[in-house]
Write a protein that binds this ligand. Sequence first.
Ligand SMILES: Nc1ncnc2c1ncn2[C@@H]1O[C@H](COP(=O)(O)OP(=O)(O)OP(=O)(O)O)[C@@H](O)[C@H]1O
Length: 365
Amino acid sequence: MSNHQSPFVRPSYETPPENDPQATLRIQEATQRLKQVMEPTLQNNIVSLGMVRNLRVVDDYVYLRLYIGKHQHHLQAEAQQALNGLPWCKKAYVQLCTIPGVRTTLAISSGKGGVGKSTTAVNLAIALTLTGAKVGLLDADIYGPNVPQMLGLGQSNIEVKETPNGQRFSPLEACGVKVMSVGLLAELDRPLAWRGPVLHKILTQFIHEVDWGELDYLLIDLPPGTGDAQITIVQESPICGAIVVTTPQQVAISDVRRGIHLFRQVGVPVLGLIENMSYLICKCCGDRTPIFGEGGTEKLAAELQVPILGQVPLDPRICEGGDSGQPLPIVQPDAVLSQVFQQIAIALNHTFKPNLAVADPIAKC
Ligand SMILES: Nc1ncnc2c1ncn2[C@@H]1O[C@H](COP(=O)(O)OP(=O)(O)OP(=O)(O)O)[C@@H](O)[C@H]1O
């Protein structure tokens, strides 16, 4: 176990010492005030949306970090105003935490490796692009960064620009998606064995120093599990929702349950589950066989009160697409798998970008 404190065991505000009842009360009062600040598109308050973090009260001053998208800067003034209404508050310091140019940051996560998290991230990114959204994909899976290969980028070089604000990485582009990956920094065939501080530095650089331009969505492909790397990313980025990928097997489901609890403890809303490898479609008659079992994800969704966003079939063409860099939603938009991702993309647009239409799937790699 690592020595540093996990944010997952800490609520999104700092707990004052037990012997300071005044600070405890004031944090509660400040939280109540902040709960009155609503995000209009998501129709929820900024506390429940996990945007308020590191809330502290020191004497008569309130400090907090506000993790938001580029279109939500107005929330800073609203949060400040809400806190200024507290009779004891001399000043509220609201520090903005955003990724420049990025509207909505979503995490694609899984409790365990190999369930198809990167496949989901790539296909969802493409599906969102096909609806007309501007999409970036940050492959932060330090244990198996295979997004570049799935998008046909191989071992391309990353361009680094010097700007007045320091270094900026230029993302690559494939199939209309802007891509940055830890895999692009790694030497071919060498294991990625970055340790604590280096890992932290690389991941924070990836979050803050990539020149994404204007994006509707930034999808972050998280490493599997709940280790240091995942904690760093969740802590450092304005993730406004997590999508959790699972498979029907029970063993995957218990890992997913743990992962969901962790997101909830940091205050990041879990948007839903995607069940991958749900069924195999018979080529001859179209019958669906749930070869890894069925019903487990539904039970979990009911238990944890999260929706199932989609059930993705097993499709051998996904491996061919993954290996050749030609994702299925582009080469076979009518395939059931492509359609499932299209539906998920449309559902996300309804929540985060209601003005996006569903465009014809005409993008070419
Ligand atoms: N629905 C599917 N049908 C067929 N093959 C799939 C499907 N989903 C994923 N795969 C294959 O399973 C393998 C693992 O997928 P992927 O790399 O996306 O998993 P992952 O969860 O990201 O793994 P890791 O956590 O180890 O990076 C890949 O070879 C991929 O092509």
